[in-house]
Each structure stands twice: as C-alpha cells, then as structure tokens.
Design a protein around this ligand. Structure first.
Ligand SMILES: *[C@@H]1O[C@H](CO)[C@@H](O)[C@H](O)[C@H]1NC(C)=O
Ligand SMILES: *[C@@H]1O[C@H](CO)[C@@H](O)[C@H](O)[C@H]1NC(C)=O
Ligand SMILES: *[C@@H]1O[C@H](CO)[C@@H](O)[C@H](O)[C@H]1NC(C)=O
Ligand SMILES: *[C@@H]1O[C@H](CO)[C@@H](O)[C@H](O)[C@H]1NC(C)=O
Ligand SMILES: *[C@@H]1O[C@H](CO)[C@@H](O)[C@H](O)[C@H]1NC(C)=O
Ligand SMILES: [Zn+2]
Ligand SMILES: [Zn+2]
Length: 441
C-alpha cells in the first residue's frame, strides 16, 4: 500500500509540475556599439553617457553606458544555460543606444541593423522558441517619434520579426506596430503585443486625441474575442501606463490614454492574466483596482539588460527574468530574477556569471503573483516604519520594503530609502491614474 501511495503521489506531482510553464522576459538591451573602454577621455567612452563621465569602464561595460555586445550576447546565452526550453520569450523593446546626437551616432540604418543583429542572436540561441516582440521608443529614429501607420523602419522591422509571426499578425504589425497571436503553444492563451509608441507623450506625431492606428478599439475587440472563446490573455508592451518613481511627477503616456487603458483593464480583468512591460529599466510593478478598490490586475515591470538608467541618477545591474505560470488557468505563480553583477564581472571578467538575484516568492514573502498577493505586498510596504532598523525584530515591514528597494535597482544601490523616496515608490505602484497618483503624492 505504501508503494502504491508513493507511485500515486509521484504521478500527481508530475501532473502538477507539467502544468507549470516557464517563459522568459528580456528587455531594454540598448546596444552601444561605440563603447570603447580604452578611450582615455572618460566623457567619450560611449555616447550613451550623454557627455557625462563613465564610472569604471571595464570589458563588460560601464554603469553609465548602454550595453556592450559582449553583455548582450552573454545575457541571451545565460537564458539558454538556465532554461533552454521556455514555452516562449517576451521581448519588450528598446534595442538601440541612448544618444543626444542620433544623426552622428545612430541613424536609421543602424537602428535596423541593431534590431537585426539582436534578432539573429536570439534566433541562433533559441531556434525553436516562439518570441513575442514589442516595439520600444528607442526602436525608431528619431527616438520616440514613430509615426502611426506604415514607415520604412517599421516595414524593415516587420520583415526581421516575420519568422516569429503568423501571417495575420505580420500583416497587421507591418502597418501598425501591434499584433495578437494565438499560436502560443497553448490553446487557452493569446498574447497581445501593444505598440506603446502610439500613446507616447514624447512622440511629436501623437497629440493625445483620438485612437492612433485604432489600437484601443482593436485591443477591446481582441479582449472581447478572447472572452467569447474562453481564452486568457497576456498583454505585453514597452512603456507602461503610470509613473516612474525615480523622479517626481514623471509619466510617459498621454493622460487620457492612461485612463482609457485603465478602463479596459477594469472591463476585461477576468481575461487579462498578466501584463508585462518595461522602459523604466528598474524592477517594479503596478496595481490595477476596480471602482470598489479591489485589486484586479498586476502589471510587471522588468529591469533591462542595459545598466544605464538616467544621465546622472540611477544605474542598475543587468537583469533577465524567468516567469512560472499555471498552464491551465494562466495565473502567474512566481518569477526568478537573474542578474549580472557588472562591477564584479569587470573585476573578474573570466568568472563573470548570471546568478539568481531573488525569487518573487521568497524575496517578497508571497505565495503567488496574483493581484491579491501583490496588493498585500504593497500594504505591508506602505506600513514600513522607515526609522526602524531592518535587522531587528519588529521591523519586518521595513525590512521587506528596503529589500524591495534594493531589488528595484537590481541590487546596485544599497542606500536606504527616506520618506520622499518611500512615498514615490508606494504611489507609483498603487496609482497608475494621473489624478489618483497626484492625490496619493
Ligand atoms: C557569446 O557567448 C558565448 C557563450 O558564452 C561565447 O561562447 C561566445 O564567444 C560569445 N560571443 C561573443 C561575441 O562575445
Ligand atoms: C551587426 O553585426 C555585423 C556582423 O557581425 C557587424 O559587422 C555590425 O557591426 C553589427 N552592427 C551593429 C549595429 O552592431
Ligand atoms: C508592409 O507595409 C509596406 C508599407 O505599407 C508595404 O509597402 C509592404 O508591401 C508591406 N509588406 C508586405 C509583405 O505586405
Ligand atoms: C492550475 O490551475 C488549475 C485550474 O484552476 C488548478 O486546478 C491547479 O491546481 C493549478 N495548478 C497549480 C500548480 O497551481
Ligand atoms: C530624501 O533623499 C533625497 C535624495 O537623497 C533628498 O534629495 C531628499 O531631500 C530627502 N528627503 C527627505 C524628506 O529627507
Ligand atoms: Zn529602455
Ligand atoms: Zn523605453
């Protein structure tokens, strides 16, 4: 009987674990192909410092510069070493370097070439894997200014990514930059890839009025279709609605587009099982609530591969993220955040490696990544007593919050977060809506 029970138990465990799928998210690779660590003028090591000084240029890169090719190559190979057979890969945009002089250091041809080279790399390392790829604000020249409708760069990118798309998805993407795809390897899952350039408030072609390229009405009809056919949806995009906690009052999408997006999540939260965005280069998340203030959806913000965040403030270690989800109901269970300690790697270039930074379950002391769990995490962080020494008993909420803040920079910044910093973090997570965020602040 013991033996039989053991066999049954093993069978049950294997059924349960086969229902857990994994997928990667990789983002903000920002290749700086001008990087030259041997340049003696530290202001000229890379154009991505915007003329400020590089910090400690090494063979793998510098905290104020965008990614070296060596780093990007290493990130994609690390993904294969850690999980070579993910169900799919989400790639959420921004491939070119930051520069104040795009004509000199970038140009249309280099934008396309950068995207082509990174796509080739991913296809070589993951030849069998489905990749869903979203456009970032740096996947155009000039940056942020992708027009709605067809453009030469969009046409070229569509050709480059065509092998990953269905014919329908390709035809739509080729003229709008967005698409949806049911061929996820799971008949119950659809992935919707947004083009957030169409809502970007730094885009001179976008006034904030109307529905550029009809993306909102298309999004609604996709969600409606998913609901009718009993499917769940993962939404991916580059720029997220809401605020960036590193700065005061900083947000990147038009205010009324943020409102539209929130209204759609409130209407279709039952089919939206996850939202995966990027752009800030820092590790965080955003909550969505219904009119009764119940948590209904979570948007995850993955940190990038580039160590660069802003010109002066902020840097991060490079990161890649592996999600675990329930293949039956598409709920997100956990993620493992891997990182590359750039300072250590530059000191010991040969031994450099990608290691686990944290798992969301143990790092945040939560059992899954449901809206309820992520809301409870927020509530605990809100109650953090910042004066309380995190190493002592009774300071659990502050310990949790200060750990969250360290993860926010991918374990680059170990300084503690004061009242202003705490407020900016909490309000950014809690309120995506512009007016509500203002009230929170
Ligand atoms: C890319 O990474 C692989 C695996 O570490 C390595 O064998 C290869 O030499 C690297 N290529 C470049 C150009 O860095
Ligand atoms: C793309 O790859 C080719 C072949 O390795 C290389 O010559 C070229 O410089 C790369 N382009 C960029 C923008 O890095
Ligand atoms: C992609 O869109 C461009 C611009 O509208 C068009 O010229 C081209 O024919 C389209 N490509 C395909 C393969 O349909
Ligand atoms: C996945 O979801 C199904 C359906 O809701 C549930 O029965 C199962 O226990 C879940 N599995 C895991 C590993 O969470
Ligand atoms: C918090 O820290 C920031 C950055 O170090 C500083 O500018 C700000 O004045 C501090 N705020 C408070 C309330 O101490
Ligand atoms: Zn970016
Ligand atoms: Zn961006």
């Amino acid at each position: 009987e013991m033996k039989l029970r053991l066999v049954l138990q093993c069978a049950l465990i294997s059924i349960a674990s086969s229902n857990v799928g994994r997928f990667w998210q990789i983002t903000d690779l920002h290749l700086d192909f001008h990087y030259d660590r041997l340049e003696t003028d530290t202001k000229k090591v890379c154009p991505s410092t915007y003329g400020f000084e590089a910090l400690e240029p090494g063979v793998w890169g510098d905290y104020k510069c965008d990614s070296t090719w060596k780093l990007i190559n290493s990130s994609i190979h690390a993904m294969r070493d850690i999980e070579a057979n993910p169900d799919f890969i989400l790639w959420t945009g921004d491939d070119t370097l930051h520069t104040t002089d795009e004509d000199r250091f970038l140009g249309e041809a280099k934008v396309v070439e950068t995207i082509k080279n990174i796509t080739d790399l991913i296809q070589q390392v993951f030849p069998q894997t489905k990749v869903f790829s979203a456009l970032g604000n740096h996947d155009y020249q000039p940056k942020n200014n992708m027009p709605p409708g067809p453009s030469e760069i969009l046409t070229e990118i569509a050709q480059i990514w065509r092998p990953w798309m269905t014919e329908d998805a390709f035809q739509l993407f080729n003229i709008t930059g967005y698409y949806a795809d049911d061929t996820t390897g799971n008949s119950l899952l659809k992935v919707i890839v947004l083009n957030t350039n169409l809502w970007d408030n730094y885009n001179d072609h976008i006034s904030g009025e109307g529905d550029p390229s009809g993306q909102f009405s298309w999004l609604r009809s996709q969600l409606e279709g998913a609901r009718r056919s009993g499917k769940k949806v993962y939404i991916i995009g580059h720029i997220s609605p809401g605020f960036f906690e590193l700065y005061e009052n900083e947000f990147y999408l038009h205010e009324n587009y943020i409102s539209n997006y929130i209204a759609i999540v409130q209407e279709y939260y039952d089919v939206i099982s996850g939202q995966f965005f990027a752009h800030n280069h820092m590790d965080s998340y955003r909550m969505f609530y219904n009119k009764d203030k119940q948590p209904i959806s979570v948007l995850f913000l993955a940190p990038g591969v580039t160590p660069r965040v802003g010109t002066r403030e902020g840097s991060v270690n490079p990161g890649i993220r592996l999600f675990q989800y329930n293949r039956t109901n598409m709920q997100i269970k956990n993620y493992d955040q891997y990182y590359f300690n750039l300072a250590a790697a530059n000191k010991h270039p040969i031994e450099a490696e990608w290691t686990l930074e944290y798992s969301s379950s143990t790092g945040f002391e939560i059992s899954d990544l449901s809206p309820t769990s992520m809301h409870l995490l927020l509530e605990r962080m809100k109650k953090a007593d910042l004066g309380c020494d995190p190493t002592t008993h009774g300071c659990e909420n502050n310990r949790l919050f200060q750990r969250y803040v360290r993860f926010h920079s991918v374990s680059y910044d170990y300084s503690s977060c004061n009242d202003t910093c705490h407020r900016n973090h909490i309000c950014a997570i809690q309120d995506v809506d512009v007016a509500l965020h203002g009230r929170c602040i």
